[in-house]
Design a protein around this ligand. Structure first.
Ligand code: PLP
Length: 371
């Protein structure tokens, strides 16, 4: 099956193969293997050794997003959230339910947040100590530029929390260039192309040290994960991790580095997205985003208005032809969401477009009808 979904993504067989062994996380061999992974993760985040640390948390991405919010924003503290998409809506909800005050800076999910709007919002909200940014908005496919927004945050003397989950490893952002950034979070199963099961935070050490006691949760306290590593070693865990997924992540990092790291991965995904966007337009679909706002991670097109169209039937027929596409959407109007990430290339995208052409014809949707 070809997965064209934004996580868990298509993986390489070498990554899946290492999941087959029974191993124990506290075994000395695995501890060494795991300890050696952590500086490599910091390096992918563009962090500085000694100044930034990699902190894993078993579970899904939203857990580590909540952990980041709880750890760096004290209870009752104010967090400005750039809210221009469905994943930012989730961030507002989880921050609010964690007892933090989320101040939304709303924008349409069809364009990135303008740095000038953020600057004005920070001026109007002097009490907001932190800004949370969803970098690649997995709902619509826009990318909020953390480099430009980070500069604004730094100038305003505030701190940045980056939900980089869907773009980490592909989109350029180096923590060493962003002293305003407390933390970048991501997962094992998106652009690094590992298996699902682990959330990661790469965090700034001084911010972690200042954050002790903030979380109001032992499990979701990243400063406790850090302290545990200081006391017990960088190969240690607080609780049983998804150990096979961690080992698979190590193999995924090997492949990532061999491919050429961030620039190579971005180039492959950007090519996938370009071929997909143009191919969908050629099939008669209307894109959700203008091309200038289209990011390299997710492409959405509007669902056809034609009475012959059926979303479920389309997804099922594509699956029967070997292509798995999300059976839901996270935009304001009904769309088809197709991911460009994972261990896939241009040939896979072209294969998927060919299958779509056949399925649309079977549904009785001609080129015009699909628009
Ligand atoms: C995938 C993703 C998450 C985490 O999703 P989980 O299902 O909890 O792993 C969070 N934020 C963004 C932007 C994502 O793309």
């Amino acid at each position: 099956m070809l997965l064209l979904i934004p996580g868990p993504v298509q993986t390489r067989p070498e990554v899946r193969a290492v999941m087959a062994d029974d191993i124990a996380p506290w075994d000395d061999e695995f501890r060494a293997e795991y300890a050696a992974m952590r500086p490599r993760i910091v390096a992918i985040a563009g962090g500085t050794p000694g100044q930034h640390v990699a902190l894993p948390l078993p579970g899904c991405g939203h857990m580590v997003v909540e952990a980041a919010v709880r750890t760096f924003v004290p209870a009752g503290g104010k967090l400005l959230v750039i809210q221009n998409g469905n994943y930012a809506d989730r961030l507002v909800r989880l921050a609010t339910e964690a007892g933090r005050v989320a101040i939304p800076l709303k924008g349409p999910d069809t364009e990135p947040m303008a740095p000038e709007r953020l600057a004005a919002a920070l001026e109007a909200n002097p009490g907001a100590t932190h800004v949370a940014v969803v970098v690649s908005e997995t709902g619509s496919g826009i990318v909020n530029d953390p480099n430009a927004l980070g500069e604004v945050i730094r100038a305003a003397g505030r701190r940045l929390i980056c939900d980089a989950v869907s773009g980490f490893g592909a989109l350029p952002f180096r923590m060493e260039d962003h002293p305003e950034c407390d933390v970048v979070v991501f997962t094992s199963n998106k652009c690094i192309e590992g298996m699902p099961g682990i959330g990661f935070a790469v965090a700034a050490v001084p911010a972690l040290e200042a954050a002790q006691g903030n979380a109001g949760s032992w499990l979701l306290d990243l400063s406790d994960v850090y302290r545990h590593a200081l006391v017990n070693g960088w190969g240690s865990f607080r609780f049983t991790p998804a150990v096979q997924a961690l080992r698979a992540f190590r193999v995924a990092m090997d492949l990532y580095e061999a491919e050429g790291g961030q620039p190579a991965r971005l180039a492959r995904y950007a090519r996938n997205a370009e071929v997909l966007y143009d191919g969908l337009v050629a099939l008669g679909f209307r894109p959700y985003l203008e091309k200038r706002h289209q990011g390299p991670i997710i492409v959405n097109v509007h669902q056809p208005a034609d009475p012959a169209w059926g979303f479920k039937g389309f997804i099922t027929a594509m699956k029967a032809r070997g292509v798995l596409i999300s059976n839901f959407w996270n935009t304001t109007t009904p769309t088809i969401r197709i991911a460009c990430i994972g261990a896939i290339g241009e040939a896979d995208i072209r294969f998927a477009l060919d299958q779509m052409r056949i399925v649309l014809a079977e549904m009785g949707l001609g080129r015009q009808a699909a628009a």
